[in-house]
Design a binder for this molecule. Structure first.
Ligand code: HEM
Length: 812
C-alpha cells in the first residue's frame, strides 16, 4: 500500500525540526533550502550558506580567462558580500574562547604577519621551563635511582632538552653559507612613478622596512669572512604590496651565462671532493681548471682578483642586481633596469696580506664590523640607483643585456638615484633571523619584472627549491623573518610546520561557499607579467644555445682592467699570481695565462713572469673574432677609487699604542677627538688593564697587541713618553704592529720620541716632520704637539690608504 502524502500544513510545521536535525549532521542535509530566519545557529548557518552559494549561480569571470588581450588585463574574481560571518567560519563553536584560543579571527586579517614582536621572547624575571611551559625545579641533575644509581628513562626534562639540542642544526646554504645580516629601512627620494608602480618608489619619503644579508659565496658556515670571494648583497624589502627580494652581489657580473652551469661552477670552487680542501678559497686546481675552460668567466675573474673581493667592510662595498630587470609603470610601460647600491662611506677594501692575517686573528671580521657599526650608531647607508634603458636601446648595444657576464657601463647609461637604505638594527637572534631568512629572485612585486636572462631564470627555481629542504618543508614563508607585512591570503594549505590556522572550510578558488574569497585580484591590484614578445624568427624554436653576442668573452674584461688605477692593476696581477701559484697542474696555469692574453697582454705577461713561466702560451682561440666595437673604452666608475665616499670616518678603528709611562694627556685627547668622529679608538698596551702614566695617573688599556694585532686597525697612533717607548721597543709585537700598518699603507702618526719605535721597526723611511705634507699618510708631531696634528691624521684617514708606500715584493 502506497504511503499517505502528509498534508502541507504538517510539512511546514515540521520543517524547522528537520532543518535543526539536518544542520547538526556533517554528511547530509534537507533537500530544500532551510528557513533563513531560524534562531538556531546551525540552521541559520546552513540557511545563510545556501543563500551565499545561490547568489553565485555561475562563475562570471570564466569567459574572461581566454585570449591574449584578456590575459594582459585579468579581471578581479567575483565575490559576494556576506550577510554575516556565520557561513565562512570553520565552526559554530568559534566564539568559545580561552587564554589559549583568543578571539575569533579578525575579519580579513592574517595575524601571522604581525610585526616581529609577536614572536620575540624576553625571559627577564621568568623561571626556566620545559617547552611545554612546565617550570623546571632542577636544571643541574638528571633523574637517577639514588644519587649514584642509573639514570631513568622517565626523565622527560632531560630527554626534551637533549632531543632538542640534537636537532639544533639545519643544513647550511648550498652557497653563500657564511653570512651576516641587519634590519633597516629604504627611503624613497622622489616618486619614481614614471618608471615603476612598485610600492617602495611611489612617493617621496616613503619608508619600506628591509632585512639585508651579506655573505661570502664559497666558504662553509663557519669559514672566515675575509676570503677572496664575491660577496652576496641580498635585500628583502617588506613592501606594502608584498616582499621584494633583490638578491645581488657586490660585483655586477657573474662567472657563467646560463644556470645550467651553476652546479658545475659551485662544484669547481668549493673544497675539492676527495679531501675537502681548501676551505673558502678559489686558489686550487678544480676552480682554475673549470674557469680556464669557460672563457666567459674572464670578466668576473677580473673582479674577483681585484680588491673588490676583499672588502674592508660590508658598509664600504657596492651592491648590484647583476641581471637586467624590468620596471613597469602604472600605464604598463616597461623599461629595462640594472640595480646599483652605492655605499655612502665609499668603496674601500683590504689588501691581500692584511686579509690573510685578519682571517687568522679575527675570522668574524666583517660580521663584527657590521655588528659594531650598528651598535655604535655608525649605521651603514647605501644609495639605490638604476640604469634605465629601453629594449630598442638594448638592441643597439655592442653586448647583450641578457648576458650576466656583461655590465652596462655607467658612461653609456648613467645611474638614476631612487632612494637610500639605512641599516639601523641588529637582529635579536642570529638563527631565527639571519639563518632562517629565505631570499629568492622570483620574489617581486607589481611594478617589477624580469628579463629573459637565462641565469636569472634558473635562479627563480633554485632558491625556493633549496629552501624547502634547508628550512624543512614548504611553509618557510611563515617563519617570522620571511613573512611579509602585506596581507597573505591564499588556498595553499598543510605541509610541514604549518603555522597559520585558516578559518573556514574553503581552500580553493573559484568558490561560492566563502563568497568567492580570497578572490583573484585582477589587473587593478594584482601582479601581471609584462607581455614581452619574442620576435618570430626561424631560430626561435625550442633550442639549447646562446645568443651570438654572448660569445664575446673578453671585451669587457679588458674594459675592467684598463679602467683600474695602476695600484689596482698591480693588485689584480698579484692576485692571479697568488691563486695560480697554488694550482698544482702547470697546464692549468698555462691555459689561464693563455686566456688572459685575450683580455690584456700586459696583465698576462706580468702574471706569467710572477709564475716563473719562461715562454708565453698562445692566446686561447676565441669563440668569435668579429666582435662589435665597444661603446666605452675606459670606465672610471669601475675603479674603487672613483667612490671615496662622504668623508665620514665613522666605524673606522684606530689603535693608540701605549705602555706604562705614556704621555696620557695626549692619548685621552686623541681618543676624544676620534670618538667625536665616530671612530673607535682603542688603547692598546703590551697587556690589557691599568697602567701608570707619565703624570702618575692611571690609564686602562682595553686591548693588547696580542689580542688585537695591528692589521685589525685602520690607523695607528704612537704616543710619546720615554719610559713607554723603552718598554714598547723591548716587545716584539710593537715592530710587527708598526710594520703591518706601514705595509698595508695605513696612516701612522707618531708623537715626539715615538719615532724611535718606527726606526726600530725598520721602516724604510725616516720619520721627520716634512712627511706630514708629503701625502704619505705618515704624520710626525713634535713632543707636546700631538693634539695639533690630529686634523692632519684624520685627513690621512679619510684617504683610507696611502698606496705610494706600497712595494712588490714588500720590503718589510
Ligand atoms: C648573478 C648570479 C647570482 C647571484 C648574484 C647570486 C646571489 C646569491 C645570494 C646573495 C645568495 C645568498 C642569499 C642569502 O643571503 O640568504 C645566494 C644564495 C643562493 N644562490 Fe645564488 N646567486 C647567483 C646565481 C645563482 C644561480 C645561477 C643559482 C642556481 C641556479 C643560485 C642558487 C643559489 C642558492 C641555491 C642559494 C642558497 C639559497 C638559500 O639556501 O637560502 N645562485 N645567491
Amino acid at each position: 500500500m502506497p504511503k499517505p502524502i502528509k498534508p502541507a500544513s504538517n510539512l511546514q510545521s515540521n520543517k524547522n525540526g528537520v532543518a535543526k536535525a539536518a544542520a547538526r549532521n556533517t554528511d547530509s542535509a534537507p533537500s530544500q533550502p532551510v528557513p533563513a530566519t531560524s534562531s538556531d545557529a546551525a540552521v541559520a548557518k546552513a540557511a545563510q550558506t545556501g543563500i551565499l552559494v545561490a547568489s553565485m549561480p555561475f562563475n562570471p569571470t570564466k569567459a574572461g580567462e581566454h585570449g591574449f588581450v584578456n590575459g594582459l588585463a585579468p579581471q578581479a574574481g567575483a565575490t559576494v558580500a556576506l550577510a554575516s560571518r556565520l557561513p565562512t567560519g570553520s565552526t559554530l563553536s568559534e566564539e568559545n574562547s580561552s587564554e589559549k584560543l583568543g578571539a575569533v579571527a579578525a575579519e580579513g586579517v592574517n595575524a601571522g604577519i604581525e610585526p616581529l614582536d609577536r614572536v620575540r621572547v624576553d625571559s627577564a624575571g621568568q623561571a626556566l621551563t620545559t617547552n611545554q611551559g612546565v617550570k623546571v625545579a632542577d636544571n643541574q641533575n638528571s633523574l637517577k635511582y639514588g644519587v649514584r644509581g642509573p639514570a631513568l628513562l622517565e626523565d622527560f626534562i632531560l630527554r626534551e632538552k637533549i632531543t632538542h639540542f640534537d636537532h639544533e642544526r639545519i643544513p647550511e646554504r648550498i652557497v653563500h653559507a657564511r653570512g651576516s645580516a641587519a634590519h633597516g629601512f629604504f627611503e624613497c627620494y622622489d616618486a619614481a612613478t614614471d618608471l615603476t608602480k612598485a610600492a617602495p618608489f611611489k612617493e617621496a619619503g616613503k619608508i619600506t622596512p628591509v632585512f639585508v644579508r651579506f655573505s661570502t659565496v664559497a666558504g662553509e658556515r663557519g669559514s672566515k669572512d675575509t676570503a677572496r670571494d664575491a660577496r652576496g648583497f641580498a635585500v628583502k624589502f617588506y613592501t606594502d604590496e608584498g616582499n621584494w627580494d633583490l638578491v645581488g652581489n657586490n660585483m655586477p657580473v657573474f662567472f657563467i651565462q646560463d644556470a645550467m652551469k651553476f652546479p658545475d661552477l659551485v662544484h669547481a670552487v668549493k673544497p675539492e671532493p676527495h679531501n675537502q680542501m681548501p676551505q673558502a678559497a678559489s686558489a686550487h686546481d678544480t676552480f682554475w681548471d673549470f674557469v680556464s675552460l669557460m672563457p666567459e668567466s674572464t670578466h668576473m675573474l677580473m673582479w674577483v682578483m681585484s680588491d673588490r673581493a676583499i672588502p674592508r667592510s660590508y658598509a664600504t662595498m657596492q651592491g648590484f642586481g647583476v641581471h637586467t630587470f624590468r620596471m613597469v609603470n602604472g600605464a604598463g610601460t616597461s623599461v629595462f633596469v640594472k640595480f646599483h647600491w652605492t655605499p655612502m662611506a665609499g668603496t674601500h677594501s683590504l689588501v691581500w696580506d692584511e686579509a690573510v692575517k685578519i682571517s687568522g686573528a679575527d675570522p668574524d671580521y666583517h660580521r663584527r664590523d657590521l655588528w659594531e657599526r650598528i651598535e655604535s650608531g655608525a649605521y651603514p647607508e647605501y644609495e639605490l640607483g638604476v640604469q634605465v634603458f629601453t629594449e630598442e636601446q638594448a638592441e643597439q648595444f655592442s653586448f647583450d643585456v641578457l648576458d650576466a657576464t656583461k655590465i652596462v657601463p655607467e658612461e653609456l647609461v648613467p645611474i638614476r638615484p631612487l632612494g637610500r637604505m639605512v641599516l639601523n638594527r641588529n637582529p635579536d637572534n642570529f638563527f631565527a633571523e639571519t639563518e632562517q631568512v629565505a631570499f629568492c629572485t622570483a620574489h617581486i612585486v607589481p611594478g617589477l619584472d624580469f628579463s629573459n636572462d637565462p641565469l636569472l631564470a634558473g635562479r627563480h627555481h633554485s632558491y625556493v627549491d633549496t629552501q624547502i629542504s634547508r628550512l624543512g618543508g614548504p611553509n618557510f614563508h611563515e617563519i617570522p623573518i620571511n613573512a611579509p607585512v602585506a596581507q597573505v591570503h591564499n588556498n595553499q594549505r598543510d605541509g610541514m610546520h604549518r603555522q597559520a590556522i585558516p578559518r573556514g572550510r574553503v581552500s580553493y578558488e573559484p568558490n561560492s561557499l566563502a563568497g568567492g574569497c580570497p578572490f583573484q585580484a585582477g589587473v587593478a591590484q594584482g601582479f601581471v607579467s609584462v607581455a614581452a614578445s619574442i620576435s618570430a624568427k626561424e631560430e626561435q624554436g625550442k633550442v639549447r644555445a646562446k645568443p651570438e653576442k654572448f660569445a664575446d668573452h673578453y671585451t669587457q674584461a679588458t674594459l675592467f682592467f684598463e679602467s683600474q688605477s695602476p695600484v689596482e692593476q698591480g693588485h689584480i696581477a698579484n692576485a692571479f699570481r697568488f691563486e695560480l701559484s697554488k694550482v698544482t697542474v702547470p697546464a692549468i696555469r698555462q691555459r689561464t695565462v693563455a686566456m688572459l692574453r685575450n683580455a690584456s697582454e700586459a696583465l698576462a705577461t706580468k702574471v706569467a713572469k710572477g709564475l716563473g713561466m719562461t715562454t708565453m702560451p698562445e692566446p686561447l682561440p676565441k669563440a668569435i673574432t668579429d666582435v662589435a666595437a665597444p661603446e666605452v673604452m675606459k670606465s672610471p666608475a669601475l675603479s674603487l677609487l672613483h667612490r671615496p665616499g662622504d668623508g665620514s670616518l665613522a666605524g673606522r678603528k684606530v689603535a693608540i699604542l701605549v705602555a706604562p709611562g705614556v704621555e696620557a694627556d695626549f692619548v685621552l685627547k686623541a681618543q676624544t677627538a676620534l670618538l667625536a668622529q665616530g671612530v673607535v679608538a682603542r688603547i692598546v698596551g703590551p697587556h690589557i688593564g691599568l697602567m701608570t702614566t707619565l703624570s702618575g695617573d692611571e690609564l686602562d688599556a682595553d686591548a693588547s697587541m696580542e689580542n688585537s694585532p695591528g692589521f685589525l686597525f685602520d690607523a695607528l697612533i704612537l704616543a710619546d713618553g720615554a719610559e713607554a717607548i723603552a718598554a714598547l721597543s723591548q716587545d716584539g709585537h710593537t715592530g710587527e704592529f708598526i710594520r703591518d700598518q706601514f705595509r698595508h699603507c695605513k696612516p701612522i702618526m707618531c708623537v715626539g720620541d715615538a719615532r724611535h719605535l718606527v726606526r726600530k721597526a725598520g721602516l724604510p723611511i725616516s720619520m721627520d716632520k716634512s712627511l706630514a705634507q708629503g701625502g704619505t699618510g705618515l704624520i710626525v708631531a713634535e713632543a707636546g704637539e700631538g693634539g695639533d696634528a690630529m686634523d692632519a691624521f684624520m685627513a690621512a684617514m679619510r684617504k683610507h690608504r696611502h698606496f705610494g708606500r706600497e712595494m712588490d715584493p714588500p720590503l718589510l
